[in-house]
Write a protein that binds this ligand. Structure first.
Ligand SMILES: *Cc1c(COP(=O)(O)O)cnc(C)c1O
Length: 400
């Protein structure tokens, strides 16, 4: 079984085509849909082949912690869509972030990260890395002077998320990459909030892109997963052996679900982005909303950077209900269609009150610094009809 030459040439096609056709490893049965190889191991024709495979002289599979054909198909499809030389899939998005950072550093090194990152990412940078002797500095990601001032001779890597969670601020990937590189460090970008459809950090100068594929790539709320993308050298030097020897591998079943998710990614994310923009228009001037942030609107605080580095807005909208926590709770509890959940990127619209859930661990002054007020909610827009969503949101605002 091997990838046909036809499929290996998929990268010459446009993005939507690559999402459907890239990376297929068709078996001897000629199946249309990608096969699910639920197998732990592989058998060898003879002892010499087993020896050659372990020596790396015979290409082929050995054990599914190292590689599996279904997982390989997902990795190849992701790499070709992102425009990366190589990709490795992981069990979760947090495994991807943790590996992308830990794979590059050793005791005595230093990491710089933006303050506005996903809660667990902040935990890894602030609490776990220092346990192993890796110091870290957190900066206000939109302030390039803070980035410059944070660089040290032992800074190995920088980590950002843009747009940020939950404030949807946009960071300048190209400028931060320049600062990192001039200090001899790499830049890792968590690209979950923009999705690979709307932003390509590698072409903007980043060295590594990570996704929680749990979000838009699955897109239908089923499986956890993650993926790390970069140059072949980056993946070989920092990621491949780490995954192989420590084991945070993606399960073949989850890779199969993610492959099927990729087929519809462009259609879903485009539609969800259009609906999010419609929702933003309907809510921006509402008398019970004090502030609304949506990348793609001219009133976004970093509208110029959005125009420079993103091809589309976001499937998420953040806004602040007047009346603080009480107002936000009343609003969320009044929704009938949109459900309360900390998840995002689902076909179902979901809403979160970050101050009391995903970001409750932070001190009040840290939340203030990140713009997470008591009235702020983060809406992940799904695939429902835009009119139904707007009607649900407006009805709940009436009750506030
Ligand atoms: C969800 C998320 C993660 C973590 O991914 P899991 O799949 O839940 O482990 C990391 N970064 C961002 C921006 C996320 O939204």
């Amino acid at each position: 079984m091997s990838a046909s030459a036809k499929n290996n040439a998929a990268s010459k096609y446009r993005p939507e085509t690559r999402l459907v056709q890239s990376g297929i490893l068709r078996s001897q049965f000629g199946e249309t849909s990608e096969a699910l190889f639920l197998t732990q191991g592989y058998v060898y024709d003879n002892s010499a082949q087993a020896e050659a495979r372990f020596k790396g002289e015979d290409p082929g599979y050995q054990y599914s912690r190292f590689a599996n054909p279904t997982v390989s198909m997902f990795e190849r499809r992701m790499a070709e869509f992102e425009g990366a030389e190589a990709a490795r899939a992981t069990a979760t998005g947090m495994a991807a972030v943790t590996l992308a950072l830990m794979g590059q550093v050793r005791a005595g090194d230093h990491v710089v990260a933006s303050k506005a990152i996903f809660g667990s990412c902040l935990y890894v940078v602030e609490d776990y890395l220092p346990r192993y002797g890796v110091t870290s500095t957190l900066v206000n990601g939109t302030n390039l002077d803070e980035w410059r001032a944070a660089m040290r001779p032992n800074t190995k890597t920088c980590f950002i998320e843009t747009p940020t969670n939950p404030g949807l601020e946009v960071l300048d990937i190209a400028e931060i990459a320049k600062i990192a590189h001039s200090a001899g460090a790499t830049l890792v970008v968590d690209n979950v909030f923009s999705t690979p459809l709307w932003q390509s950090p590698l072409t903007l100068g980043a060295d590594c892109v990570v996704y929680s594929t749990t979000k838009h790539i699955d897109g239908q709320g089923r499986c956890l997963g993650g993926v790390i993308l970069g140059s072949q050298k980056f993946i070989t030097d920092h990621i491949h052996t780490f995954i192989r020897q420590t084991g945070p591998s993606m399960s073949p079943f989850n890779a199969w679900v993610m492959l099927k998710g990729l087929e519809t990614l462009a259609v879903r994310v485009r539609r969800q982005t259009d609906t999010a923009a419609t929702v933003a228009v309907a809510l921006a001037e509402h008398p019970k909303i004090s502030r609304l942030i949506y990348p793609g609107r001219p009133d976004h605080p970093q509208a110029a950077i959005v125009a420079k580095q993103m091809r589309g807005g976001s499937t998420l909208v953040a806004f602040e209900i007047k009346g603080g926590k009480k107002g936000a709770f009343k609003f969320q509890d009044g929704l009938k269609l949109v459900r309360i959940s900390n998840n995002l990127g689902d076909a179902k619209s979901l809403i979160t009150h970050p101050a009391t859930t995903t970001h409750q661990r932070l001190k009040p002054e840290q939340r203030t610094e990140l713009g997470i007020t008591d009235g702020m909610v983060r809406l992940s827009v799904g695939l429902e009809h835009p009119d139904d969503l707007v009607e649900d949101l407006l009805a709940a605002l009436k009750a506030v």
